[in-house]
Design a protein around this ligand. Structure first.
Ligand code: PGA
Length: 236
């Protein structure tokens, strides 16, 4: 399983270091075999031996004149080779187009990054049913090399992100099954209000290879609880 945490605009450099230290300690102590990913803010990027630390965003350049952005040069300083692309908050709040998203994808793919690529439909599309959802998600795959070997896909329905509303087991299963059948994704995560109370049920779905967690992951105690649940599920 892949258990990933998206810090969004939370934590400082100091509290990120504490989080990583505590989670790393737990991974070692408890023999966690899941792949653990953490996406802190750009100001809190740092390496960790047990956790793959990635950037939440970067501009598709080495360096240059893109005020407010960071590029590959700044990521390299912290040996970062993993990035989150296409998160719904960047698509819908920051207004990132599919074209820019695809440019970022191509750039970081060419640099050999592990890419966690997010897709997800808004509520009005979900209300139109399964076929409309799959069609919408296909539009978010436009320009994306779905065969990239370092690709992790995260299916995150927009209406389930940060709302406390999780998709039903059936919605997750049918959407993941369809995505796997269509694209053959090897690593397909679910995200959207995943927490200690529901993570076992979600990870228990056959076509779910892990979870991408926001809110419930920011507290390292809860995040370690989630790692524990995943370990228990495997009977380890
Ligand atoms: P959430 O966020 O767990 O707070 O719903 C998930 C995400 O945005 O990746």
């Amino acid at each position: 399983m892949i258990i990933a945490s998206n810090f969004k605009t939370n934590h400082t450099r100091e509290s990120t270091a504490t989080f990583l230290k505590e989670v790393e300690g737990y991974i070692k102590k408890s023999g966690i075999t899941d792949q653990v990913l953490v996406f802190p803010t750009a100001t809190s990027l740092m390496q960790n031996d047990s956790i793959l630390v990635g950037a939440q965003n970067a501009y598709p350049v080495e360096n240059g004149s893109f005020t407010g952005e960071i590029g590959l040069e700044q990521l390299k300083e912290y040996s970062i080779d993993s990035i989150l692309i296409g998160h719904s908050e960047r698509r819908h709040i920051l207004g990132e187009s599919q074209e820019l998203i695809a440019q970022k994808y191509d750039f970081f793919k060419a640099k050999g990054f592990t890419i966690t690529y997010c897709i997800g439909e808004p509520l009005e599309v979900r209300e139109q049913g399964h076929d409309a959802v799959i069609e919408y998600l296909a539009s978010q795959m436009k320009g994306i090399d779905t065969g990239y070997d370092k690709l992790i896909v995260a299916y995150e329905p927009v209406w389930a992100i940060g709302t406390g509303v999780t998709a039903t087991e059936e919605d997750i299963r049918s959407t993941h099954d369809a995505l796997k059948a269509k694209y053959g994704f090897a690593s397909l995560l679910y995200g959207g209000s995943v927490k200690v109370a529901n993570v076992a049920e979600i990870l228990g779905i056959d076509s779910v290879d892990g979870v991408l967690i926001g809110t419930a992951s920011w507290d390292y105690v809860q995040f370690c609880e989630i790692l524990k649940k995943s370990k228990e599920l495997k009977g380890e």
